[in-house]
Design a protein around this ligand. Structure first.
Ligand SMILES: [Zn+2]
Ligand SMILES: [Zn+2]
Length: 277
């Protein structure tokens, strides 16, 4: 039997990808994966849409959400896998995040306009459609209104971490993020530790309840992937990963380009079963 592969990290237009749920599903079927996890920022809407569209029972669609937390001055991303997406309380929490992100968008628009621009929230909403709002939508709006000549310029000039229009997200603490994931029966995995480059934090997070780390990622080379597989084994947690595809936002569709063995999904399920008993 040929080896089965999965991709456990990707976004849709429900957060900041350019690919709609239908496009993500179509692409996944084309590249022939056995399972995908939809890991939109702060929302399950993309997952719910794909689950509804999928008519291939052999393709597993895993509910997940990528949360942002602040720890020791770092913006860390924690993915909650296999969440109980039928729990109304979870959906209510996601709705709260969505509203908070919209408020943050309003503050950034205000800052831009104080600098003499004339961007409207109406325009940003038109770009974001029904997604959870993020800086990529503001960047697209700035580009469409000709305030910048490129998407990257919007970040360099205005929206980057050091930019004059930047407003920090209302962050969760790491313990809060981990507890939220566990409250809704999920398995908590630190996303792209190779981008974070602070392995010492991983030990702290495991003490707080982190279940695993992402070893496979489109920005981890072979060496980094092996490093995080070995580190996970050493620390007694699981490892998994995925492409972190954002549609065409990062140039090309990355779904399936990072080879993640199916065994990673099995490990996630095993951790969940062990916790739920
Ligand atoms: Zn991330
Ligand atoms: Zn991501």
């Amino acid at each position: 039997m040929p080896e089965k592969y999965v991709d456990l990290h990707m976004h849709t237009t429900a957060s900041d990808s350019t690919s709609s749920p239908a496009e993500v599903l179509e692409y996944t079927l084309k590249v022939g994966l056995s399972a995908i996890a939809i890991t939109d920022h702060d929302t399950l809407d993309g997952f719910l849409a794909i689950q509804k569209l999928n008519s291939h029972p052999e393709l597993e669609i895993i509910p997940a959400v990528e949360l942002s937390a602040n720890y020791k001055g770092e913006d860390i991303h924690i993915i909650g896998y296999l969440l109980d997406h039928q729990d109304d309380q979870l959906l209510a929490r996601m709705q709260e995040f969505k509203i908070a992100r919209e408020k943050r968008g309003e503050k950034m628009v205000e800052k831009l306009n104080q600098m003499g621009l004339g961007l409207t929230m109406g325009k940003v909403r038109e770009v974001a459609k029904n997604s959870v709002m993020g800086r990529p939508h503001l960047a697209d709006a700035l580009l469409q209104e000709n305030y910048v000549n490129s998407y990257d310029e919007a970040f360099i000039k205005y929206l980057g971490y050091d930019g004059p229009a930047y407003v920090a997200k209302k962050y969760l603490g790491p313990q809060e993020a981990l507890d939220l994931i566990h409250q809704f029966k999920g398995v908590a995995v630190l996303a792209h530790p190779g981008i974070l480059k602070r392995d010492a934090l991983i030990v702290d997070l495991i003490e707080m309840g982190l279940d695993g780390i992402e070893a496979y990622h489109s920005q981890h080379d072979y060496r980094l992937t092996n490093h995080y597989i070995n580190l996970a084994r050493k620390l007694g947690v699981i490892y998994c990963g995925g492409s972190d595809c954002h549609g065409k936002r990062k140039g090309r569709v990355l779904i399936g380009t990072v080879k993640v063995p199916y065994q990673c999904l099995t490990m996630l399920k095993t951790v969940q079963q062990a916790r739920l008993g």
